[in-house]
Design a protein around this ligand. Structure first.
Ligand code: SF4
Length: 298
């Protein structure tokens, strides 16, 4: 694959005020709702050079300037040694913006291309190795929070991929403890739409580095789900928003996971306690029953 050319970093451009304000508000809200950042945190911003991570950095810099708590930011990029990777782009951009940064150099590209047969998608192993390198650096450098650039549509796509292909009701949480238990990972863009981020990145003129320098095949399932979501967003305004809100509004007793709700423990005695025999018609408790029933049977 021939290496694309990258223009020298352009001056930072201004953005439509309302769009920038909306993104900042959504980030502030997500950070507050999930208590993502606290006084004294050292937040590592994982910067790949894609639109999402540039936007994430912008948003966290804006938050840092106005937040009542003090926290430190460090941008970290992993140079995976893909052929044609423009190693100068991010350092130049970050230096110009005065952001502290570090570049980890680790040739995960050779490992991935050696292990994965040609023509198969490499993203899953590549992401695992990338995560390992970033988490390692975080542990060695006093990082207290690791910020990733996933947004609302990544979260929804992951939810549907798990639902369709893994028989699992599971998405991508805005905040989590890493599998090795050593890190708190945060996703401050969790409430932001991808379309807004793409528009913001285009208006800002970020020096984007594509994530396909490796020549990996696209993940067809993820592409199909993303197309489905984009179509819904277009033809059924509000649907994706509702699905996303539903992820934070779960009723375990109305699903069927016995680990989340004690269905076996439900007993007649509980019903008697809730609905005593002497309850009169017109009693509040009896009068709401039909509406519950009709909703359940929809
Ligand atoms: S597109 Fe390439 S660099 Fe990006 S995650 Fe997939 S394998 Fe890794």
């Amino acid at each position: 694959m021939s290496a694309p050319s990258f223009a020298p970093s352009a001056p930072i451009r201004a953005v439509d005020d309302r769009l920038a304000a909306r993104l900042r508000r959504q980030v502030g809200q997500a950070v507050g709702d999930f208590r993502m950042i606290a006084e004294g945190d050292k937040v590592m911003v994982c910067l790949s050079g894609g639109k999402d991570s540039y936007t994430l950095l912008d948003m966290l810099l804006a938050l840092q300037a106005r937040a009542p708590v003090r926290f430190e930011l460090v941008a970290v990029n992993l140079d995976q040694k893909q052929p044609g990777f423009p190693a100068h782009v991010l350092p130049q951009y970050l230096r110009e913006r005065g952001v502290p940064f570090h570049v980890i150099e680790q040739d995960t590209y050779s490992t991935v291309t050696r292990v994965i047969p040609q023509g198969r998608t490499m993203c899953s192993l590549c992401s695992r190795l990338r995560r390992g390198a970033l988490y390692e650096w975080a542990a060695d450098n006093g990082v207290t929070k690791i910020a990733l650039g996933h947004h609302r549509d990544d979260i929804l796509a992951t939810f549907f991929l798990n639902l369709f292909h893994q028989a699992n009701l599971k998405a991508m949480p805005p905040k989590l403890r890493s599998d090795d238990g050593r890190h708190i990972v945060i996703r401050p863009l969790a409430y932001c739409r991808e379309a807004d981020i793409a528009e913001y990145a285009a208006q800002r003129g970020f020096p984007i580095i594509p994530c396909n320098l490796c020549g990996s095949q696209d993940n067809l399932q993820r592409k199909a789900v993303s197309r489905m979501l984009a179509e819904w967003d277009d033809q059924h305004p509000g649907r994706c928003e509702n699905i996303f809100r539903a992820l934070g509004n779960v009723s375990p007793s109305h699903l069927a996971d016995r680990k989340l709700f004690d269905f076996a423990g439900l007993s007649r005695e509980d019903v008697e306690k809730e609905w005593p025999k002497h309850a009169e018609p017109g009693d509040n408790r009896t009068s709401i029953r039909p509406s519950i029933h009709s909703f359940e049977s929809e």
